[in-house]
Ligand binder design. Structure first.
Ligand code: NAP
Length: 227
């Protein structure tokens, strides 16, 4: 079964709908925005920064959580030059993107290890590797994920649990819609394809990771040749 966090976001929603349509058993989580529609009736409200809530989520759904693929999609960004940053907002980005992602992994790993199967896939970002002004919190949170999975991969390979990141460039849905149009054009000019990515590529990369037993501790770049 598949657990996807952040299904009210552009990418999470796309993935939730597609996996559900393909007949997968999917548990989706959202935070502040309750999704409308019959297909979302079993979705769960979950603040991934709340450790107790995440543990309860894992316990409550334990019977259903078999052969788990965990797709960590929930994430936030905060745009500010470092010297002007509000330190609480800065820290919240780390809380959601890094610590919250860890809480999910921490809560589901015991089940995965017990079942001798698990696929953990985190949506990270190219910003972890390249400097982009105003993104010190976001970049730090995503770079943290890149380091974190190396250890978790080593700790869990013998239990047939893999953990990988997809380092995304810029996609047509989700966070990109908060970026001013002028900046969007500047970004596109640096992408080899001169356009933002279709989320179908994220789905295909997730399926590739799920099907590839020997792949763990890796960060896959999916950015349309962004320089
Ligand atoms: N879109 C891109 O081009 C792009 C590029 C690089 C990386 N990424 C990464 O891909 C992932 C998905 O991006 P997106 O564009 O789909 O983002 P998005 O549209 O901004 O959606 C973010 C999601 O995160 C959830 N969320 C925020 N705070 C949360 C919390 N404390 N607990 C639980 N859920 C929380 C939101 O839930 P509510 O709406 O319910 O509050 C929402 O579902 C993110 O990790 C992002 O960093 C995206």
């Amino acid at each position: 079964m598949i657990v996807i966090t952040g299904i009210t976001g552009g990418i999470g929603n796309y993935l939730f709908d597609l996996f559900s349509k393909n007949g997968e058993d999917v548990i989706g989580t959202y935070h502040l925005n309750k999704p409308e529609g019959a297909q979302y009736k079993h979705c769960v409200q979950l603040d991934i920064t709340d450790h107790a809530q995440v543990e309860t989520f894992a316990k409550t759904n334990a019977a259903r959580l078999k052969n788990i693929t965990l797709i960590n999609c929930a994430g936030i960004s905060y745009n500010s030059f470092a010297h002007k940053s509000d330190v609480s907002e800065w820290a919240q980005v780390i809380n959601v993107n890094l610590t919250g992602t860890f809480y999910l992994i921490h809560a589901l790993l015991p089940l995965m290890r017990e079942q001798n199967f698990g696929k953990i896939i985190n949506l990270s970002s190219i910003v972890a590797q390249t400097g982009v002004m105003g993104t010190s919190a976001y970049a730090a949170s995503k770079a943290g994920l890149n380091g974190m999975i190396k250890s978790i991969a080593l700790e869990n390979a013998q239990k047939n649990v893999t953990v990988n990141n997809i380092n995304l460039g810029y996609f047509k849905v989700g966070m990109i819609n908060t970026v001013p149009e002028e900046m969007q054009q500047q970004i596109k000019s640096k992408i080899a394809f001169h356009e933002f990515g279709d989320p179908a590529n994220i789905y295909k990369t997730i399926e590739y990771i799920r099907e590839t037993d020997y792949l763990t501790g890796s960060c896959i770049d999916l950015n349309g040749g962004l320089v």
